[in-house]
Design a protein around this ligand. Sequence first.
Ligand code: NAD
Ligand code: IPM
Ligand code: MN
Length: 374
Amino acid sequence: MEATITLLPGDGIGPEIMAEAERLLETVARIGRHHFQLKRRPIGGAAIDAVGQPLPSNTLADCRHADAILLGAVGGPQWDDPAASIRPEQGLLQLRQTLGLYANLRPVRVLPALHGLSPIRPERLAGVDLVVVRELTGGLYFGRKLQLKDLAEDVCRYSRAEIERVVRRAALLARSRRGRLTLVDKANVLATSRLWRSVTREVIEREFPDLELEVLLVDAAAMHLITRPADFDVIVTENLFGDILTDEAAMLAGSMGLLPSASLGDHGPALYEPIHGSAPDLAGRNIANPHGMLLSVAMMFQHSLGLVEEARQVEQAIDACIAAGQTTTDLGGSLSTRAAGAAVRERLLQGAGHKASARPLSTDQRVASLAAHS
Ligand code: NAD
Ligand code: IPM
Ligand code: MN
């Protein structure tokens, strides 16, 4: 198949993990005789430094015209001045909003090989397999803002239509999984949450009576996610709660570096990115975990490109690497970012019957051999 993919490496570890995504795309293209046309474009702090804006118009145009978009991460301390009016994160928020990417799917799987790594007790982790559907283009992130010297305001606003469309997405997903949907809100305090609660109940009663709906207040949900994580199937929630709960959920899996995401709208290209940020503490050191980025590529194969088998193979290759300890240090291994990416590609090549080499190679030789093939 042929596809145009816009790559937005961004800042910090973004370019390092994006390089592994590119190499993975080259390998998958070679195995399956696909043709991916890749366009690298600046976003975030890198774009501010280059042209003074976090989402340059050329970058946005090449996102609009792509079949799918991959993003590394944006942001970093050099752009963190609280007085600055232009910030890297604005580029990502504008992109999500302009493309109408209102449903952000953040799957959390916990592999048995990683049970010992999570701060949560292993017996609580058995069977954890959940997806958080985070509303991505509304709420506090996009409401009216006011910033004066001694007073600031962020308005939280949601319409019925905004809630209905994301709840439907989450409900359809729950129907294709274990049939359980959990709404997380703060309806004891927030008017927007009371609207979320009544609209969600209506949509589920009317259109999805086959689903089991549970409703939790967000403070309690933060606790339940740790005490009974395996009970959850699909969680749907507003923008900010989804942001916070998914960093918490990443700790079930054991590392921020593991979780991928897909941001979907009704039309046009979708955006795929790991849930973590630019990790300034790791940037430039070739030690960040590329798995969340590579799993985001797998989500892109599945949701945007119809390459369902390729998506499964990438996931299996990553699972096998994790089970074999071929990981970066955050997952207890000793590999560099590049070597962890190479290990995933090597398993894909083995699965496809293309042995990377007849005799065992060192990791560096394997990286070199894969680079030479691509
Ligand atoms: P972060 O997610 O960058 O880092 C939090 C912790 O997770 C750090 O200890 C980091 O080392 C670790 N971590 C993150 N990614 C990892 C990886 N791939 N492998 C191993 N460990 C990893 O969050 P932060 O430090 O709060 O934010 C840093 C910057 O990133 C900020 O400017 C923030 O705005 C931005 N950010 C961007 C995105 C995005 O682009 N989607 C998401 C979150 C934060
Ligand atoms: C995320 C990030 C972003 C968010 C920031 C960088 C704007 O934390 O993708 O989870 O809050 O949505
Ligand atoms: Mn976040």
